[in-house]
Design a protein around this ligand. Structure first.
Ligand SMILES: Nc1ncnc2c1ncn2[C@@H]1O[C@H](COP(=O)(O)OP(=O)(O)OP(=O)(O)O)[C@@H](O)[C@H]1O
Ligand SMILES: [Mg+2]
Length: 245
């Protein structure tokens, strides 16, 4: 699904990530950890083709990101769901409307504005609301929900676009431990039920260890750990979180 070979990534003239070698297979559940500023968000968002490639080879879903045409970039992004710490929902709309909006590429704008959804669209939305356990709030406005509930709506909306990859940038950082665990559990379930590849940036090491099969540790622009979570010893954790400056 994702191939990075000797990859250097960054912004304008500044190189942030150096010499990155990574391969991600279909259905993996990966956590990226590291200190603030290490390059986790840069690494994660590079998968959507939004980060400058300075050097190396970079393929995502068989698209060559070294020289991808705009048309293909749009096609690539349609297959990637992105979830942020800040939910990015339309607050004044209902849970259902937000979830259906994830299918917008299949629904003409005229119908979407009038909220004229077809039965099969409602049925699909219900399936995704069920999996994130938010169906009982489907007609509530999103600004009436708690942070954890909002993040679950964001996951359902991402699913509605039937993505091959879900990228989540610190999806649980703003949540209390109980809500955070519920959201992590739902991401895991989504990964298992739909086989969608999930990559999550995490501030909490415990969540990475508990939920992720594979952990990628980033330190100062380099990948310093990439293995099964059970291989992560205290010594390696120290290596990931050491700040040299
Ligand atoms: N849009 C940008 N333009 C230029 N430099 C940027 C941009 N975004 C991030 N950077 C720089 O890239 C480096 C890595 O940032 P990044 O956001 O990837 O780190 P992070 O590991 O996600 O940190 P955090 O845990 O705080 O979210 C930092 O030095 C940052 O200043
Ligand atoms: Mg970040």
């Amino acid at each position: 699904m994702i191939k990075m070979k000797k990859l250097t990534l960054g912004y304008k003239k500044e190189k942030i990530l150096n010499d990155i070698d990574l391969k991600v297979k279909k259905g993996e559940f990966i956590g990226i950890i590291g200190t603030s500023g290490a390059g986790k968000s840069t690494l994660l968002m590079s998968v959507t083709g939004g980060i400058k490639v300075f050097d190396g080879k970079f393929e995502v879903l068989d698209y060559d990101l070294n020289n991808i045409k705009k048309k293909n970039l749009i096609k690539l992004r349609e297959q990637i769901g992105v979830i942020f710490q800040g939910y990015n929902l339309v607050d004044r709309l209902s849970v259902l409307d937000n979830v259906v909006s994830g299918m917008l590429k299949d629904i003409p704008l005229s119908r979407a504005i009038l909220k004229l959804y077809k039965d099969k669209e409602i049925k699909k939305a219900k399936e995704y609301m069920d999996i994130v356990d938010i169906t009982k709030h489907s007609l509530k406005r999103c600004d009436e929900l708690s942070g954890g509930q909002r993040q679950r709506v964001a996951i359902a909306r991402a699913l509605a676009a039937e993505p091959k990859i879900i990228l989540a940038d610190e999806p649980v950082s703003a949540l209390d431990p109980k809500s955070a665990k519920k959201v992590m559990g739902i991401l895991k379930k989504v990964n298992e039920v739909y086989g969608v590849t999930v990559i999550i940036n995490l501030h909490h090491l415990e969540y990475a260890k508990e939920y992720c099969d594979r952990i990628i540790g980033v330190n100062n622009g380099s990948v310093v750990f990439d293995d099964n979570s059970d291989q992560l010893t205290d010594k390696l954790v120290e290596k990931i979180y050491t700040v040299n400056n």
